[in-house]
Write a protein that binds this ligand. Structure first.
Ligand SMILES: [Zn+2]
Length: 101
């Protein structure tokens, strides 16, 4: 259940007009009788922008690295014949011919 504090259908056009006239957001808020934080939030929601960019977590980086590895493979030297080859994952340590044996 959404708690609607302001009737934005009425306020949006008023705010838009003020902003177009070059009135700063905090001043717009005062004039239409809305808390300036609420108005900032409203403008952000309308612009469909996230509130704050989410910080990249260690998990994100791990996933990115894993994806990159999956795409590019891993440079390895075969444990058996020492030949260089590109392994599809870091768990592969022998070249395809040796693995086929
Ligand atoms: Zn090999």
């Amino acid at each position: 259940m959404a708690f609607v504090k302001h009737d934005w259908t009425k306020l949006d056009p008023q705010v838009d007009a003020l902003i177009r006239a070059g009135v700063p957001v905090s001043e717009c808020a005062k004039r239409v009788g809305v808390d300036k934080n609420a108005l900032h939030y409203r403008l952000r929601v309308r612009a469909n922008r996230p509130q704050a960019p989410r910080r990249e977590t260690r998990e994100d980086r791990r996933r990115q690295n894993a994806e990159q590895r999956r795409e590019s493979g891993v440079d390895r030297n075969c444990l058996r014949c020492q030949k260089a080859f590109v392994a599809p994952t870091r768990f592969i340590r022998r070249c395809p011919p040796c693995r086929a044996d």
